[in-house]
Design a protein around this ligand. Structure first.
Ligand code: SF4
Length: 696
């Protein structure tokens, strides 16, 4: 990149935070250091950035950066700085010791979906080839996996069906369980652009979020009742003859079962389950089915449930039954929470998947990957377990050692006391991070890694558009990339030339080949093409292919029969039962100033000033005043927060944001019940009570 007359260089890249992946320039001074940000007129965000994006650069040269490996042999001793050789030799010795004594699967690995796609590919390969363990999973398990499961079941492909720009063409936009204005702020330009054109905007969310306040209709349903609500909406559509029968006949299987299932959800019954008005259900049905082009986008509010996959399927059913698939302005998508929420789940760091979205249980898929990786088929481990299940395996000493990068489970996993117990039981834990997170502070070894501005690589945003992040500065001395660390560990573990990667580009070239011919085909995407175009949506099978911004335009899905496989959905109550002691619903979520576990944003001045601590939102009927200390109690623990008294929150619901650690961690309170298919935790609903506390 070229310096201007002041010596300053503008490096084009993308925000490291959410799945919108706004384009930005990082400002680099004559000394080669990142010192600021400028908006970039990228197609995704058109010069806009949100508070997180504007402040992201402050991480890069932050005084809290880890700049040397840290080591301690016992958790009750303080960390000592050490050389890389000492840290890596100790790590390799512990991996060998644990695996020789207890077997390969006794050592686990956890990755993250804020890593570049190259690094997520490497995490999966390192676990299977260097560690030879089945226990590999990642923090997207806490984020997008319910949508992923539903997408695969219905369409045979796991991504949004439409680009963001299609929202502008829609006549009815339904946002379900997504606080878009705070979690994906720049997305609002599309939603409000559609509304300003005259589209109906419907928001289905227990809370009156900023976007809900601007909607034509806000439906504040009771947490944990999503599929009952969407089944009832489809019931009305069927009852009133508003389905697209030709589309259903030509393009789907399973419609009769879906139709029979929604019979059981007449609006008066669903209104009772969901705590909303019959007229709201009828209105949503008529606006959505009556629109020429309708779209539904959802996020964690729908997905973080023990019935998360069903919730997503109930929304897919609504879109398909009304023929709103595969057309400009008509479709379906999930808003990925993490920067690389989409790319992070495509290429092998998920316990059940191999690169290219291949199934680890499919013999042909296993054969293909073994060929690419150059390993015998019987050396490729079997499917592992999910992140929360791995914690329980730690508690049972089935997993005794762990290497982890890009996650902070001490804040982000549910039922914190159980999580802490699991990690405390580990005989050896090495964590890679650039700040000393709450989880890293509990490890035996901490390896300092680069931030996003210190390496290049690709990410896929919520549209499945692959974008390229560029390197803006060299890392501090003593800091290494995840790529270098994993390759160096692999070499010391005796993998020969299987990890001969020097750069992200080297990894990307292998990833392209590993994905070729799969549904998640990246073969036609090159770094050069990404730099020229600003992003390409996969599948992209050849270097001449333009990419696939909108799916299903030819009426075919990615199932072998080309049909949409509709799935009937039955609602069940949340796992944590309400009773006289715990009569309220606790729901959790994010706030505009912070990202995920807050390990990054809780250090950035302006964001901390904007939102220094968590709170609990309560309805005035509970008799608390603003700022009054309120204790939230669940079957797993309690925490005290200042009250934010809101007329708009349901009297039977309280809300706590989750970005902070113990003792105010929302995840002290949440339940670790999992969706049986996606294994996502039920963060969005558990039974609770509130009571006055004396101090914060
Ligand atoms: Fe970054 Fe998302 Fe904000 Fe865009 S909307 S600046 S990608 S956090």
């Amino acid at each position: 990149w070229h310096a201007d007359q002041t010596g300053e260089t503008l490096v084009p890249t993308h925000c490291c935070f959410c799945g919108v992946q706004c384009g930005m320039y990082l400002r680099v001074n004559q000394a080669g250091k990142v010192f600021g940000v400028e908006p970039r007129n990228h197609d995704i965000n058109r010069m806009r950035l949100c508070p997180k994006g504007i402040n992201a650069y402050q991480q890069v040269n932050h005084p809290d950066r880890l700049t040397a490996p840290l080591i301690r042999r016992y958790r009750d001793k303080p960390f000592q700085e050490c050389t890389w050789d000492e840290a890596l030799d100790f790590t390799v010795a512990e991996i060998r010791r644990i695996q020789e004594v207890y077997g390969a699967d006794a050592f686990g690995m956890l990755g993250g979906a804020s890593l570049s796609t190259e690094k997520t590919y490497l995490v999966g390969k390192f676990a299977r080839v260097a560690l030879r363990t089945r226990h590999i999973d990642y923090n997207g398990r806490l984020c997008m996996v319910s949508a992923a499961g539903a997408n695969k079941l219905a369409f045979g492909i796991d991504r949004a069906g439409n680009p963001f720009s299609d929202i502008l063409l829609s006549d009815c936009v339904l946002i379900a369980g997504s606080n878009v204005g705070e979690c994906f702020p720049v997305m609002t330009q599309y939603i409000w652009g559609a509304r300003d054109r005259g589209a109906k905007l419907i928001v289905v969310d227990p809370r009156e979020t900023p976007v809900a306040r601007t909607a034509d209709l806000h439906v504040p349903l009771k947490p944990g009742t999503d599929s009952a609500f969407f089944n009832a909406v489809l019931h009305v559509i069927v009852r009133d003859g508003l389905t697209d029968e030709k589309y259903l006949a030509d393009h789907t299987t399973g419609w009769d079962a879906v139709k029979a299932a929604v019979e059981n959800y007449p609006p008066d019954r669903a209104a009772g389950i969901c705590g909303v008005g019959v007229e709201q259900i009828e209105q949503v049905a008529h606006w959505f089915a009556g629109a020429e082009r309708a779209m539904a986008w959802h996020a964690r509010g729908v997905e973080h449930h023990s019935q998360g996959v069903e919730n997503c399927l109930s929304i897919i059913n609504l879109c398909v039954a009304t023929g709103n698939i595969g057309r400009p302005g008509a479709g379906y998508g999930t808003l990925t929470g993490q920067g690389n929420g989409q790319g992070g789940r495509e290429h092998g760091q998920k316990s059940d998947l191999l690169p290219g979205g291949r199934s680890i249980t499919d013999p042909e898929h296993r054969r293909e990957i073994c060929h690419i990786w150059g390993i015998p088929e019987d050396e490729l481990p079997l499917a592992g377990t999910s992140m929360m299940e791995m914690v329980h395996q730690m508690r049972r000493r089935e997993i005794r050692g762990l290497i982890a990068t890009c996650n902070n489970p001490f804040v982000s996993l549910p039922n914190h006391h159980v999580v802490k117990e699991g990690y405390d039981t580990l005989e050896f834990h090495v964590q890679l991070d650039f700040f000393l997170s709450e989880t890293a502070a509990n490890a035996h070894v901490v390896l300092p890694v680069t931030v996003w501005a210190e390496d290049e690589g690709v990410m896929a945003n919520a549209e499945a558009r692959v974008v390229k992040h560029n390197k803006a500065q060299d890392p501090p001395p003593g800091v290494r990339t995840d790529t270098w660390i994993l390759c160096e560990l692999a070499r010391r573990l005796g993998t020969g030339d299987k990890f001969a990667f020097s750069t992200s580009r080297d990894v990307f070239e292998e990833l392209r080949i590993a994905s070729a011919g799969t549904v998640n085909d990246y073969y036609g995407i090159t770094y050069e093409r990404l730099e020229e175009t600003g992003g390409i949506a996969w599948p992209c099978p050849t270097t001449e292919h333009p990419g696939t911004p909108r799916l299903f335009e030819d009426g075919r899905t990615y199932h072998p029969d080309g049909k949409i496989h509709l799935q009937a959905v039955a609602w069940h109550p949340p796992i944590d039962p309400y009773d006289e002691t715990y009569p309220l619903s606790l729901t959790t979520g994010r706030t505009v100033a912070h990202y995920l576990s807050g390990n990054q944003t809780r250090r950035l001045g302006a964001l901390v000033e904007q939102t220094p601590r968590p709170w609990v939102e309560v309805h005035p009927s509970h008799g608390f005043s603003n700022g009054q200390p309120v204790r939230v109690v669940t079957r797993r623990g309690s925490a005290v927060y200042p009250a934010l008294v809101l007329e708009s929150i349901r009297p039977d619901t309280v809300f706590v944001p989750y970005h902070w650690p113990s003792p105010t961690a929302a995840n002290i309170l949440t339940i670790d019940a999992l969706d049986p298919r996606s294994k996502i935790p039920e963060y969005k609903v558990c039974a609770a009570r509130i009571e006055a506390a004396t101090t914060l």
